[in-house]
Design a protein around this ligand. Structure first.
Ligand code: GSY
Length: 167
């Protein structure tokens, strides 16, 4: 089994339910959730004005290779009603593949580590909550990247755990 980290985000409809449904669908298809972070409410990052996101990170184990995991994540987004209309726009569910073992992948449709993860507080906060010492291959320690970012520019509030304890 390979270990990977996924970033989940939602800013449409019942945001928390979408994040939790994503985990359920992942599990139904054999992707094991090892740990899940708290949920963070975060200001939208990017050029589009839109509502606040709920974000979280999950650590998973999978037999899928990186490209298979990416395809599966896209299928889960679709199952939860996401339609790819506006780039950077609001979405019921977004799943980004952040890390896969300590691998680096550079394909036209898939880069691992995720190429923007080191500049996103909505990714680094939940990721370092799970794994404070985690390294981003080719970049450095996630917590150093987090320390370099301006909290006021990317505000985030820690909310409840994504999974109920014992789940
Ligand atoms: O790339 C993920 C979708 N997304 C997000 C997000 O998940 N959280 C926040 N805070 N801003 C975002 N902008 C985009 S696009």
């Amino acid at each position: 089994m390979a270990r990977a980290y996924l970033s989940l985000g939602s800013n449409l409809g019942d945001r928390l339910a979408h994040l939790r449904s994503a985990i359920r669908i992942l599990e139904e298809r054999g992707i094991v959730t090892v740990r899940a972070s708290h949920v963070y409410e975060t200001a939208p990052v990017g050029p589009v004005q839109q509502g606040a996101f709920l974000n979280a990170v999950v650590e998973v184990e999978t037999t899928l290779p990186p490209v298979g995991l990416l395809a599966f994540a896209a299928a889960v987004e679709k199952a939860l009603g996401r339609e790819r209309q506006q780039r950077w726009g609001p979405r019921t569910l977004d799943i980004d593949l952040l890390l896969y073992e300590d691998r680096q992948v550079d394909l036209p449709f898939l880069q691992i580590p995720h190429p923007c993860m080191h500049e996103r507080r909505f990714v680094l906060l939940p990721l370092t909550e799970l794994e404070p010492e985690i390294q981003i291959p080719g970049v450095g320690k996630a917590r150093d990247c987090l320390a370099a970012l301006d909290e006021a520019e990317q505000p985030a509030t820690k909310c409840e755990p994504l999974l109920h304890s014992g789940a």
